[in-house]
Design a protein around this ligand. Sequence first.
Ligand SMILES: [Zn+2]
Length: 153
Amino acid sequence: MGAKTVEPFSPPADIAADELTSPFWSALNQGVLSLQTCASCGKFRMPPSPYCPHCTSTQSSWRPLSGRARLYTYTISPIAPRDPDSPVYVPALVTPLEAGGVRLFANIVGCSPEDLQVGMELELMGPTGDSTAPLFRPTAPARDASAQAGSVG
Ligand SMILES: [Zn+2]
């Protein structure tokens, strides 16, 4: 039983939304994960770009996604590294379910560090307030999944 919980935490960052990225942040502030999509070939562009890296089209639109994703990789970091009782935060890369080739930087919240498993399903928490990264939480506690796997009825 770990006493620690995962906290949302954003290191100071100087993120200024520009013409290309403001639709991403605006949607996120509404609790929606939205990615730039090429209007010509349909592929996602992440990070947003003025032209498509696949077909060079300059036409694009923004596609709202379900907000569900899989945990691709993560690390567990103490907020106060010199304090052994420090709460921790979890910077991670996640893959939106609808956009398998895309990796998004995110923070994982709403679980204990020992519940984290690469490949687990996550859902976007929103709105993110002043967070500088999308916040995702497990769709179901990992322990429930293992308990179901271990019992027949
Ligand atoms: Zn394209």
